[in-house]
Ligand binder design. Structure first.
Ligand code: SAH
Length: 385
């Protein structure tokens, strides 16, 4: 049923019921996605930082494909398409240039190996959460693309594709999202209860540990699922949002972040009776920013992959987001779905208004020198069974 069809009363009620039901279901599952469409608050219009990551990775990815991809094996074993998946592609705008770059680099490798006549068809699987705006992806697919496109909805922390069906896995700016916030941090009976806070920064060490453990388990699940999906010798390129080091004081993890600033706006709104305290105490951002050493240790525990390359990417993206408004819209495009699920849509304008004002008043957040986030580039190869 489309919304521009006038609804009679009975159907309207049913429709509203279905929509309410759907939102309730999503809340239960903890599902959310980046803002869809192409409007002013959309992810598509507010992700130049993530686009910068793709651009910064281009040369390394091309080098690695030229050196490490075994195209002889692909062309000798089957006449199958070369299959690539982008895990956590959002509405596709940053995924398209990445997929173009990968397919062109693979094609070039076939040429340099003297296999020009065996260049396969390409198939790209665009993956994201069930509630992602897949329509925008398919509406905006580049007409001149050199691949066939398919959507794969579902969590990348579970199996999504058939056994040994994937030649190249890719994921950019998505593996900082946990499958969900750790249950213990919202449980008032747990020592890791994160009362009055919404993230692990500035929180007690137990909270940080709950997040770190959850992250390690999630990354293991991701690797196990991809190990089954990738063919032997298949490559996986991961661009993982991270921080250079953890600053842990005796009791807490201390660098303030934009998530803390949203948290402080939510606390202000509680003081004004706009949100209940329980709502804040039961909300935590399902996000974790690893450090290179930690990520390396998690990956090395997985027996199915060899680590081919790992380095910090030379990307400069956020330096361009120095106005409070641009920074707030960027965060809104990313977090609004998640926040609406928990707090409801009515408070969003007020929340982001408060957030913009706090950002504008803070010298800390808008100074590019305080921008400490990094992107870790990792290239893994699926070992032979
Ligand atoms: N790769 C894109 C989008 C990054 S935003 C780019 O570089 O611009 C992170 C994306 O990961 C979001 O679209 C979010 O919905 C998706 N995501 C987060 N957790 C996920 C999960 N468990 N399974 C699939 N997608 C997920």
């Amino acid at each position: 049923m489309t919304l521009d069809t006038p609804l009679d009363c009975k159907h309207k009620k049913q429709y509203e019921f279905n929509v309410r039901d759907e939102v309730a279901e999503k809340c239960k599952l903890g599902l959310h996605a980046m803002n869809g469409g192409e409007g002013p608050n959309s992810y598509a219009q507010n992700s130049t930082y993530q686009r910068g990551v793709v651009d910064a990775a281009k040369t390394i990815m091309e080098e690695e494909i030229a050196m490490k991809l075994d195209v002889k094996h692909h062309s000798s074993t089957h006449k199958m398409p070369f299959r690539i998946a982008d895990f956590g592609c959002s509405t596709g705008h940053n995924s398209f240039p990445a997929m173009q770059m990968i397919t062109e680099a693979v094609e070039k490798k076939f040429h340099t190996e003297g296999l020009a006549s065996r260049v396969p068809d390409f198939q790209v699987f665009f993956n994201d959460q069930l509630v992602n705006d897949f329509n925008t992806i398919f509406h905006s697919l580049p007409p001149e693309r050199n691949y066939h496109a398919a959507g794969v909805p579902g969590s990348f922390y579970s199996r999504l594709l058939p056994n040994a069906s994937l030649d190249f896995a890719y994921s950019s700016c998505a593996l900082n999202w946990l499958s969900r916030a750790p249950a213990a941090v919202a449980d008032h009976t747990s020592s890791a209860w994160n009362e009055g806070k919404v993230h692990y920064t500035g929180a007690r060490h137990e909270v940080f540990e709950a997040y770190a453990n959850h992250y390690a388990n999630d990354i293991q699940s991701f690797l196990e699922a991809r190990a089954q999906e990738l063919v032997s010798g298949g490559l996986m390129a991961l661009l993982v949002p991270a921080v250079p080091s953890f600053k842990i004081s005796n009791t807490s993890y201390t660098t303030p972040t934009e998530m803390d600033l949203i948290g402080s706006c939510l606390v202000d709104m509680t003081k004004r009776g706009r949100i209940s305290k329980e709502k804040i105490d039961s909300f935590n951002f399902p996000l974790y920013f690893t450090i290179p050493r930690e990520l390396q240790a998690i990956i090395e525990r997985n027996p199915s992959f060899s680590m081919e390359r790992m380095e910090i990417l030379n990307n400069q993206g956020k330096l361009t987001l120095t106005s409070a408004h641009a920074r707030a819209t960027y965060l809104r495009a990313v977090f609004e779905g998640l926040l609406v699920n928990h707090f409801g849509g009515e408070i969003m304008d007020e929340l982001f208004d408060r957030y913009t004002k706090k950002l504008a008043a803070s010298s800390l957040f808008l100074d590019p020198n305080n921008e400490k986030s990094i992107i870790i580039f990792v290239l893994l190869k699926r070992k032979a069974e």
